[in-house]
Design a protein around this ligand. Structure first.
Ligand code: CS2
Length: 507
C-alpha cells in the first residue's frame, strides 16, 4: 500500500485491474458545464461521458464542474489536487465490484471565489450544455402556486444584482445575457434532478426569474434555449470513511473523495438541445421524444419509495435502506404503497413491465453492498416530498382514491420532526433547511392534530381536503398513542386495505 495521491501522473501506478481513462485528457474541451458536482453527478453523467470518451470523436464533451455553495470549497481543493480525477466503486448486489477512475471532469470552478470567471465560462461559445444537479430545493418552487418563489432571499437578491449572482438561475441569466448581446448561440439547460418535467420546470423558473430582471432577455431565452426533460437514476450513497479506506487499499492511491454507487444506471432524455449534444445513446442512455411516463414512474415509485422506507425506518430505529427493506413488514408496506397508491396513477409505458420494474426496485433497495443511510434519504424531505409523495396524494384525492399509506408516512414525518428520536429514544439526525420550521409546526400536534399540515410552503392546501384530513387524523392518533409501535401500525394499515401480510411479494 502506498499513500501517493491520485492524480494524472500516478494513474500509471494503478493495478492493472482498475479501469482508468485510456484517452488523452489533454485533448479534451469542456462542452458541458455542470452546476452541483455531488456524488450523483459523479456516478451518473460524468460516468456516461467517461465511457463515451473511450472512443474517439467526443473530445469536445468533457465537463467543467461548478460549485456554488460554500461547502464546495473543500471539493474544489481535493479535485485540484487530484487533477479532477476520482474513483468510482460500482457495487453489484452479488458482491462483484467494478473499480474505475473517472477522467471526464477537466476543470472545477468554485463560484464564490470568482463569480465573473464562472459567468464568462458559461458565456463562452465552447459551452454547449449547462447541466444541473442542484437538488429539488434548488429550483425554489412555491408549492402553493407552482411558480418561482420570488420571496426566497437568494432569488430576491439575484433579481436585483444581475452581476453578483448566488443561485444557478442568477448565473445562467448573467451568461445568457452576454451570449444574447454577442450573438452567441444559446446553450442547452439540462436538469438532472428528480423533478417531474424537470426541463419544463427549469424553463418556467428561469423565465419567471428573467421576467423580473430583464424582459427582453426572457423573450430571447424563451425562443433560443432548450430545456430537455430527463429521467435520471442511479443510487449513490454518501461517501464514508470505509469507502475511502477501500479505495486506498484496492487502488494503492489516496483518493480523498471517491464515489460508491450501485451497478444499475438509467438515463432517459428528450432529444431537444440548442447547440448539439454528446451521443449518450452510444453508452447506454436513451433518447426519446417524451420522457413524461418514465420520470413519473421513477419519481413516484423509486424516490417516493425511498422516502417511505426512510421515514418509517428512521422512526423504527433502522439506519440504512437495505436494512429497512429486509424487514418483511417494511417491504410489504412499500409494495402495497407502490401497487395501491402509485401504480393506478401511472401511464402505460411501451416496453416496460411495471411489475418487473417494482420487483427490480425492491432488489436494488435490498443490495447489501450499498449502505444508503436513512439520514441521506430523509435529508431535505421538505423539498423532496412535495414532488415525490404529496403530488401522488393530490392525484389520488382527485380521483376519489384512498391514500392511507401515504397519510401514515406524512404522520410519521410529523412525529419524526416533532420528537427527533426513534422508538429507542435515540436522537435522529435530521438534515433539512426547514428542520426548525417543520419542528415548530409538528410540536403543536398534541393541541391540534392537523398542525403539521398547516405548513403551506410544504403541503400546499392539503389541510383543506376533508377526506385527507380524516385519514391523516387517524394516522396521527395511531402514531401518537403511547402504546403504539410503528410496525404494528403499518400492519394494521395494510390489513385495513385488505393487503394483509400474506399477500403480494412476500407470499
Ligand atoms: C433518493 C435519490 O434521497 C433521495 O432523494 O431517492 O437520491 C435516489 O437515490 C436517486 O434518485 C436514485 O436515482
Amino acid at each position: 500500500m502506498t499513500n501517493n495521491q491520485l492524480n494524472q501522473s500516478n494513474l500509471a501506478n494503478l493495478p492493472s485491474h482498475i479501469d482508468i481513462p485510456n484517452y488523452d485528457r489533454n485533448k479534451l474541451t469542456a462542452g458541458i458545464v455542470h452546476i452541483g458536482v455531488g456524488g450523483f453527478h459523479r456516478a451518473h453523467q460524468a460516468m456516461y461521458i467517461n465511457e463515451l470518451l473511450k472512443t474517439p470523436g467526443s473530445e469536445q464533451w468533457a465537463i467543467c464542474g461548478i460549485g456554488l455553495l460554500e461547502n464546495n470549497r473543500s471539493l474544489r481543493d481535493i479535485l485540484v489536487k487530484q487533477d479532477y480525477l476520482y474513483s468510482l466503486v460500482v457495487r453489484h448486489p452479488n458482491g462483484q465490484i467494478e473499480n474505475k477512475v473517472i477522467g471526464s471532469m477537466i476543470d472545477f470552478m468554485f463560484a464564490p471565489d470568482n463569480k465573473q470567471n464562472v459567468i464568462d465560462k458559461l458565456a463562452n461559445s465552447e459551452t454547449k450544455i449547462v447541466s444541473l444537479t442542484i437538488t429539488e430545493g434548488g429550483y425554489n418552487i412555491d408549492p402553493m402556486t407552482g411558480d418561482l418563489d420570488l420571496n426566497h432571499p437568494d432569488i430576491a437578491h439575484d433579481i436585483t444584482h444581475p452581476n453578483d449572482p448566488i443561485t444557478a438561475f442568477g448565473y445562467i441569466a448573467a451568461a445568457l445575457r452576454i451570449r444574447k448581446a454577442n450573438n452567441i448561440q444559446a446553450f442547452t439547460v439540462q436538469s438532472c434532478d428528480n423533478i417531474q418535467h424537470n426541463g419544463a420546470v427549469t424553463r418556467k423558473m428561469l423565465l419567471s426569474f428573467t421576467e423580473q430582471q430583464d424582459l427582453m432577455l426572457s423573450h430571447w431565452i424563451a425562443q433560443h434555449v432548450e430545456f430537455p426533460n430527463a429521467m435520471v437514476d442511479r443510487i449513490t450513497p454518501v461517501t464514508t470513511k470505509a469507502d475511502i479506506d477501500y479505495v486506498a487499499q484496492t487502488f494503492g492511491l489516496k483518493d480523498e473523495w471517491p464515489i460508491t454507487c450501485e451497478s444499475f444506471a438509467q438515463w432517459v432524455i428528450e432529444d431537444n438541445f440548442s447547440d448539439g449534444r454528446p451521443n449518450w445513446d452510444l453508452v447506454g442512455a436513451q433518447f426519446v421524444t417524451d420522457v413524461t411516463p418514465f420520470e413519473k414512474m421513477k419519481i413516484r415509485l423509486l424516490n417516493a419509495g425511498h422516502s417511505v422506507l426512510g421515514l418509517l425506518g428512521a422512526i423504527h430505529g433502522y439506519g440504512t435502506i437495505d436494512e429497512t427493506v429486509s424487514d418483511p413488514v417494511f417491504a410489504k408496506f412499500l409494495r402495497a404503497f407502490m401497487d395501491l397508491e402509485v401504480t393506478p396513477l401511472l401511464d402505460e409505458l411501451p416496453g416496460i413491465d411495471l411489475e418487473q420494474y417494482k420487483n427490480t426496485l425492491i432488489e436494488r433497495f435490498s443490495n447489501p453492498n450499498i449502505k444508503d443511510s436513512l439520514v441521506r434519504i430523509c435529508s431535505e424531505s421538505s423539498a423532496k416530498l412535495p414532488k415525490f409523495l404529496i403530488a401522488t396524494i393530490h392525484e389520488n384525492l382527485e380521483a376519489g382514491r384512498d391514500c392511507s399509506l401515504a397519510a401514515l408516512v406524512i404522520a410519521t414525518w410529523c412525529l419524526y420532526s416533532d420528537k427527533q428520536t426513534n422508538a429507542q429514544q435515540e436522537p435522529i439526525e435530521i438534515q433539512d433547511v426547514m428542520k426548525d420550521e417543520l419542528a415548530s409546526y409538528a410540536h403543536k400536534t398534541t393541541i391540534d392534530k392537523l398542525a403539521f399540515l398547516k405548513l403551506n410552503s410544504v403541503f400546499g392546501d392539503l389541510n383543506t381536503h376533508p377526506v385527507f384530513i380524516q385519514t391523516y387524523r387517524d394516522a396521527i392518533d395511531a402514531i401518537y398513542s403511547a402504546t403504539s409501535n410503528i410496525k404494528d401500525i403499518m400492519k394494521n394499515t395494510l390489513e385495513s386495505k385488505q393487503f394483509g401480510i400474506s399477500q403480494g411479494v412476500l407470499k
